[in-house]
Design a binder for this molecule. Sequence first.
Ligand code: AMP
Ligand code: MG
Length: 401
Amino acid sequence: MISVDDYRASVTELLGRRDPVRRPLGECAGLVLAEDVLAGVSLPPFDNSAMDGYAVRAADVAGASADHPVELPVTADIPAGRTDPPELATGTAHRIMTGAPMPPGADAVVMVEHTDGGTENVLIREAATVDAHVRHAGEDVAKGTVALSAGTVLGPPQLGLASAVGLDRLTVWAPLRVLVVSTGSELVVPPAELRFGQIYESNSIMLEAGIRALGCEVEIVRSVVDDVDEFRRILEPKLSGTDLVVTSGGVSAGAYEVVKDALTGAGVTFSKVAMQPGGPQGNGRWQGVPVVTLPGNPVSVLVSFEVFLRPAILSALGHTAVSRHRVRARLTERLKSPAGRRQFRRGYYWQLEGEVTGEVGPRGGPGSHLLAAFTQANCLIVLPEDVTEAAEGSEVDVLLF
Ligand code: AMP
Ligand code: MG
């Protein structure tokens, strides 16, 4: 048997690191920046008003108050987008809107709320200090500096900043094109009718959702019968253009193990990993394409995804944080675990007010066919290899989804 950590390392090594690609900003969400982004412009690019109001010289309104307003002629109107703001002469005001460029000569903005809003002349009821409500060029980002560094995960603020400094594309680690394959002659794809002895296929849907959420492209083949020739006939033509094949089912110890039968000796190594669920695993290269073969039971599939595939894919995509957040929690009931295997149980974790350590309760038994309980879980409870029993109230490791 191979350890969980060694097996994860082998899957991570198999997937390696992707090549960098340039992509439109709209297709970069969730991906990782492959190189530093330098700001081609300063942000803001020019001094501008932070408020709707009047651009003035602070000295001209130094004595203004509600009781003694200062009246100034309004000599220009500067809406946002105006590119030629005229110079402000001493003793005058320009009406100005938020985001509009400060006119040369002005050094402060008086909010419209502190004036009578006049368009010919304006009564100013409050004094302004130099720089009041002025946003200075470069105070957010200075031109030529690193706006986003390599390794940044691209979410809304990062993509917004890329656009704000004038970019329409970014260089990211290329997402994988993943082929997800469910095997089993018993599988039926909804909504087709189910006959006795058949079940509805669910693994490919789970894997597709999980892998897409990491930013990868996914094609699914939902039911390949347990026949080696059929398996090869359907999948071989799809290998080109695929960066990773993920199969489920057909890798355990019985007869009709189609994945094992088709890929043994074809570059894929099958192992037994010291874990529960998800013991039977395989990975390697089939005609040069990385293949990860997962067991068939739905809970085993999800646990294998969490423990092996998710971290390996994240690492291939350039993420440095590839593990789930791990916390300690007190068990609300006793759990048993097989000796020599790391057990992953679905759990629900919560934190009590004012306490540092949270609590966790199992959801569903250890059976790897119990999918419904997974839908109530927000974490995996990890029981180490040397633990055969964890008492109620004892502290365990929890991986938060
Ligand atoms: P196997 O590893 O192929 O022996 O499958 C183990 C168990 O998982 C069997 O009960 C299968 O019917 C079930 N199973 C395999 N693949 C799927 C699937 N795609 N969706 C739902 N159940 C599956
Ligand atoms: Mg099967």
